[in-house]
Design a protein around this ligand. Structure first.
Ligand SMILES: [Zn+2]
Length: 442
């Protein structure tokens, strides 16, 4: 066997079968073998991380990189640097809020050029379904996007308008034919409009409780019911992004038991925060659907534990401080979006371990299942022969994980992809040269 470039050995390596002492043998950026911990293999270099956990690098399938067009919000350079620092080795980019939005092949090419210039981790792209782009979907699928995203309510930017059932029916029939997946922002306008009509005259834009009431759980559950019905009718596979309302779990579980192709993600902020704790005026917490009550959060954890929720993705969506209205604290005018790409692993592991979940659960929720959603499972999301050598050895969970991460980040500001910095006490990655040209279908 040819000489390996690197062996990463550890006492707690998270492999598909469980957690075991192992030596990961790497050549040309690919895992060639997972050997016994003490195995003598010929390698140019051996790194032993001891008791630190070694996981597959995080695959985050919900990242808004806003380049080109809104690079000052977040571009590929800053986003992928944050990803690398947080143990995220692959991102899948959302079709908004760049200009242009990724609803045409030309727009996809512009995104790919921007990413190729500076990305530090691997990347792939989602395309968009908007009113009137039905005849572009086939070309986008052929050009290598991993699936499509749509909104049922205004997205926050005019360039990416929502679709209604009348647009969705032909689009989903076509996507089913193409074998492509549809991701949906599942909130319907009806319940949001009803909530606005019953809004008390004394409602205060700074009060979190009033913002929460403006996006009720029915907006999610009614949207999901519609999408399940359309999936049943057209055969199109549906993925519900950023589920917040635990009330929708029952119908999703029933649909899955009935054989419908439906998957669901939730986000670290829904699993970490609770509405009761969010101060009035704290618009950094604004996102849609909103962060709900503590009891709802625990039901989301139960949904993850029993498999109705498939995995966790960040929904990283930064905006400049002025747009977040951090000064006025007005929820009704602030940009909705939470920037969390870099903290997703630290926050999720900390909250998961407090509830008794294992490193294997974490690897499944943050790497294996998201890789499968984006059809990257042959190369990503597992520590197994044939997969890319994307590894992360995060620091142990703790309540101040986020603060400690920020401090470690300042010390490691020059992190580059391709570096091998697998050492306990620091989030580090061993990844090969970033790649992510849209992958063409055979
Ligand atoms: Zn999003």
């Amino acid at each position: 066997m040819a000489r390996a470039d690197l062996i990463v050995a550890g006492k707690r390596v998270v492999i598909p079968d469980g957690i075991a002492p192992a030596a990961i043998v790497i050549r040309d950026g690919t895992i060639t073998a997972v050997a016994d911990y003490g195995a003598a293999a010929d390698a140019a270099r051996r790194v032993d991380v001891g008791d630190a956990a070694v996981l597959p690098g995080v695959v985050d399938t919900h990242v808004h990189v806003n380049e080109p067009g809104r690079t000052e919000w977040e571009g590929f350079e800053s986003a992928t640097r944050a990803a690398a620092a947080g143990g995220v080795t692959t991102i899948v980019d959302m079709p908004l809020n760049s200009v242009p939005v990724t609803t045409t092949v030309d727009a996809l090419a512009a995104k790919a050029r921007a990413a190729a210039r500076c990305a530090m981790v691997d990347y792939a792209f989602w395309g968009g379904v908007v009113p009137g782009n039905l005849d572009r979907l086939g070309a986008l699928a052929d050009a290598g996007i991993r699936g499509f995203k749509c909104f049922l309510v205004p997205s926050g930017i005019d360039e990416f308008p929502p679709v209604a059932a009348a647009d969705l029916r032909p689009a989903m029939a076509l996507l089913a034919e193409l074998g492509a997946l549809l991701l949906v922002h599942a909130e319907l306008p009806g319940p949001i409009e009803r909530a606005a009509r019953s809004r008390p005259a004394a409602a205060d834009g700074r009060r979190y409780r009033d913002y929460l009431a403006s996006r009720p759980p029915e907006a999610e559950s009614e949207a999901i019911a519609l999408m399940l019905a359309l999936s049943r009718e057209t055969g199109c596979a549906v993925h519900v992004v950023h589920l917040s309302a635990a009330t929708a779990l029952g119908q999703i579980g029933a649909a899955r038991r009935a054989g419908l192709p439906v998957t669901v993600e939730t986000c670290p902020h829904y699993l970490t925060f609770a509405a009761e704790d969010i101060p009035d005026g704290a618009t950094a917490f604004k996102c849609a659907p909103p962060i709900r009550e503590r009891d709802n959060r625990e039901r989301l954890w139960a949904g993850l534990a029993d498999g109705v929720i498939d995995f966790v993705a960040s929904d990283h969506s930064p905006a400049p401080p002025a747009l977040k209205r951090l000064d006025s604290g007005d929820f009704s005018r602030a940009w909705g979006g939470i920037a969390s790409l870099e903290l997703s692993l630290a926050a999720t592991w900390t909250a998961a371990s407090a509830r008794g979940h294992t490193l294997s659960d974490l690897a499944r929720w943050l790497a294996e299942r998201p890789a499968r959603l984006a059809r990257l499972e042959h190369h990503k999301g597992r520590i197994a022969p044939g997969c890319d050598a994307d590894l992360v050895a995060p620091p142990p969970p703790s309540r101040d994980a986020v603060r400690r991460h920020a401090a470690a980040r300042r010390r490691a500001a020059d992190l580059r992809a391709g570096d091998v910095r697998v050492r306990p006490g620091n989030v580090s990655v061993a990844t090969r040269r970033p790649m992510g040209e849209p992958i063409k279908r055979a």
